[in-house]
Design a binder for this molecule. Structure first.
Ligand SMILES: [Zn+2]
Length: 437
């Protein structure tokens, strides 16, 4: 990444060639790398011979980011083929629902396909950040919304969980289930994650919009004022007002320096299946499609308005059946936010892990300004066994005992906000039963 950036700044072709030399893996011989080091370091064999993400998750994602930069400058189709293959492998079987990556503590590494344990999840903060960095570059190469969807997933969940709400303690690991271990600490012997989180949050404005010869792309949404210019030099300001991610209404005012014919591209997230878009109060002629950018091409005048309404219904998510650990469980999502159960919000539960979520997608929601920096809290019906599971035998014959249950209300908070009230039991994937009424 650094060498390609240096080439972009200096125009010195040798910098780009050195990046290509490192990606070619020829250093293996000089450095005498073993097979396991070639896997762990994601280096030492031709990048274009890679078929899957493996080894140290941060290294693999940084290497893929650098290789995407190299592709962007060279257009080498062999790199493009490999990058897509790695992205498919990553997103189809090796990424947590939080956008975190790296399943194993040993070697801080990717697991095999569908090896995504919850409690044992490694999910280093730096790896989720690296996932965002890789997807940002793939987005720059394609202008395809699916890459921005992964960026948003990682940002609001697996990255945002990495820093405490008061900004003083950090997660190195970001598990999706906990029995209450101390996960947030002020510092680490390996100090990568704290400064990596800080620089990522500081750099966020640079990820929100992008431009090319067709126009301007809104990738991530937040209340903001943007002043930039198109590649042709035309000055453009966009004012964005919204309560996103808590509300789906996003209002833009487009202010070009003078009347400007161009396109504004709005990212319609893959989860937003009921989106509406108004331009100056009238429905835009083309229908928004989830998972794609909506192009609004017209002559823009100062004060033109766009009203984007994203579909913020709460969704019950299931995992691929091959992800064995999540069988019979659901995760809760609303907008870009992944939710979790934390014991502090369930005073009626003897143990968090006795609870089962039941019923459909009928959540009650309430904005809680007083809770954990302000968040949308979700409530849902569930059941809990009348007798604590801890009092039951380790194994029993199915049907040998009927378990009496009682109804409970389960309260969900955003995953990123967990472990801000001390080390507490938490789970993202909640056991689920559909209740016949
Ligand atoms: Zn780190």
């Amino acid at each position: 990444m650094a060498l390609v950036e240096l080439y972009r700044t200096t125009g010195n072709r040798a910098d780009l060639e050195l990046a290509g030399y490192l990606l070619s893996g020829v250093e293996r011989e000089r450095l005498k790398l073993s097979d396991s080091q070639v896997t762990y370091m994601f280096s030492g064999k031709p990048f274009t011979s890679r078929t899957e993400v493996e080894g140290h998750a941060v290294r693999a994602m940084y290497a893929s980011s650098g290789a995407t930069d190299y592709y962007l400058e060279t257009g080498d189709p062999a790199y493009w083929k490999t990058l897509n293959r790695l992205w498919d492998d990553l997103t189809s079987s090796k990424m947590y629902i939080t956008g975190g990556v790296g399943s194993r503590a040993s070697g801080e590494a990717f697991g095999v396909s569908y090896e995504l344990p919850n409690q044992q999840a490694y999910g280093e903060s730096c790896a989720a950040i690296a996932n965002l960095m890789f997807n940002w570059r793939m987005l720059m190469a394609t202008a395809e919304s699916r890459y921005a969807d992964v960026m948003e997933r990682a940002l609001y969940n697996g990255i945002n969980s990495g820093m405490s709400l008061d900004g003083t303690t950090y997660c190195y690991r970001n598990p999706l289930e906990s029995t209450g271990e101390k996960i947030r600490n002020p510092w680490y012997e390996t100090t990568c994650c704290p400064p990596n989180l800080e620089r990522t949050f500081a750099a966020l404005p640079g990820y929100m919009y992008a431009v090319n010869e067709k126009g301007i792309y809104a990738n991530l949404y937040h209340a903001s004022d943007m002043s930039w210019h198109l590649p042709g030099g035309e000055a453009l300001q966009i004012v964005e007002r919204t309560e996103y991610p808590w509300q789906g209404a996003i209002h833009f005012t487009v202010n070009p320096a003078r009347t400007l014919e161009t396109s504004v591209f709005l990212r319609i997230p893959g989860w937003s299946t009921g989106t509406t878009v108004l331009v100056n109060g009238k429905a835009w002629s083309a229908a928004p499609v989830a998972g794609h950018y909506l192009e609004i091409h017209r002559a823009w005048k100062t004060g033109d308005r766009i009203d984007l309404n994203l579909d913020m219904r709460t969704r019950l998510m299931t995992a691929n059946p091959l992800l064995r650990e999540d069988a019979g469980r659901v995760a809760v999502e609303r907008g870009p936010i992944v939710y979790c159960l934390e014991s502090a919000d369930q005073p009626m539960l003897p143990s968090l892990f006795d609870a089962v979520l039941s019923g459909g997608e009928d959540f009650q929601m309430q904005y809680r300004a007083d809770l954990l920096g302000g968040l949308m809290e979700l409530r849902h019906t569930g059941v809990v066994s009348a007798k604590s599971a801890a009092s039951e035998p380790l194994y029993r014959e199915l049907g040998a005992t009927s378990r009496a249950t009682r109804p409970v209300t389960l309260t969900f908070i955003p995953y990123y906000a967990w472990a801000n009230r001390g080390p507490l039991p938490m789970e993202v994937w909640v056991p689920y039963q559909r209740v016949e009424r």
